[in-house]
Design a protein around this ligand. Structure first.
Ligand code: DX5
Ligand code: ZN
Length: 218
C-alpha cells in the first residue's frame, strides 16, 4: 500500500512559517488547516495567507477546510492552487454538488467526518471522492490525543473502499498521529497520515517523516 505523510503546519512556528514549510519538503503533501471560528472554535489562515503558503510549498498542498460554508467557499481554495481540497460532510448541505464543482476545477476532492459522524453517513459518496478523512480528534486544535474509538470506523471504511473498482480513494486520518498511534491507524486501513505536533516537535522534522513512514508501512 502506498503510504503518504502529510505534515500539518497548524502548530508550526507561525512567525517563520515559510521556513517551517521548507523543513517538511520530503513529505508527500503539506496539510493546510483552514478554520473559520464558526465550524470550529479556532481561526487560522486567511485565503490570502493560503495563497502565499501554496505558492511557497515545494510539495502539493492538501487543504482541510473546517469552515461553515464549504458549498460556497471550498472552490476558492481549489482556485488558490490546492492539489487537494477536503471539506466537512457536517457543514455541507449539498455535498454531491460541491464535490462535482471541485472536481471540475481539477483538484482531488476529500470529504471529512468528525468523530461522532458515522461512516454510513458518507458511504454512498465514496465513489465520487478521491479521499475520505476520518478525524481522530475533534477538529479545532493540534496536540490532542488520538481517539482509538475511531479505529473500527477506519476498518469499516477500508473494507468499503476495497470493494470499489478503479482508482481507490485514499483513506486519511488526522489528529494525534504519532510514532505510537500511526501503526494502529495503518493496521486499521489508513494510508494517508496527517501529523502536526509529532513532526514539528521533533528535532528533525525530516527524520520524523521518514520514521513515521516506516512505522506506517507494516
Ligand atoms: C485539527 C487539525 C489537525 C491538526 C493535527 O483540527 O485538523 O490537522 O493540525 O495536529 P496533531 O497532529 O498535533 O494532532
Ligand atoms: Zn487537519
Amino acid at each position: 500500500m502506498t503510504i503518504r505523510i502529510c505534515p500539518s503546519i497548524l502548530n508550526a512556528d507561525h512567525t517563520r512559517l515559510l521556513e517551517e514549510i521548507d523543513r517538511v519538503a520530503t513529505a508527500d503533501l503539506l496539510h493546510l488547516d483552514v478554520m473559520d471560528n464558526i465550524f470550529v472554535p479556532n481561526q487560522t489562515f486567511s485565503l490570502a495567507e493560503c495563497r502565499e503558503i501554496i505558492a511557497h510549498s515545494q510539495i502539493p498542498v492538501d487543504s482541510h477546510l473546517m469552515i461553515a460554508n464549504p458549498d460556497e467557499d471550498a472552490i476558492l481554495y481549489a482556485e488558490a492552487g490546492s492539489a487537494s481540497v477536503t471539506f466537512h460532510f457536517e457543514a455541507s448541505t449539498h455535498p454531491r454538488v460541491t464535490i462535482a464543482q471541485l472536481k471540475s476545477s481539477g483538484v482531488r476532492v476529500g470529504i471529512a467526518i468528525k468523530p461522532q459522524t458515522s461512516f454510513t453517513a458518507v458511504a454512498d459518496l465514496l465513489e465520487e471522492i478521491d479521499m475520505l478523512l476520518v478525524m481522530t480528534v475533534e477538529p479545532g486544535f493540534g496536540g490532542q490525543s488520538f481517539m482509538s474509538d475511531q479505529l473500527p470506523k477506519i476498518e469499516t471504511a477500508r473494507a468499503a473502499i476495497n470493494r470499489l473498482a478503479g482508482d481507490l480513494p485514499w483513506l486519511q486520518v488526522d489528529g494525534g498521529i504519532s510514532l505510537e498511534t500511526i501503526s494502529l491507524a495503518a493496521r486499521a486501513g489508513a494510508d494517508t497520515f496527517v501529523a502536526g505536533s509529532a513532526i514539528y516537535k521533533a528535532q528533525s522534522p525530516a527524520e520524523m517523516i521518514s520514521i513515521l513512514r516506516v512505522a506506517a508501512d507494516f
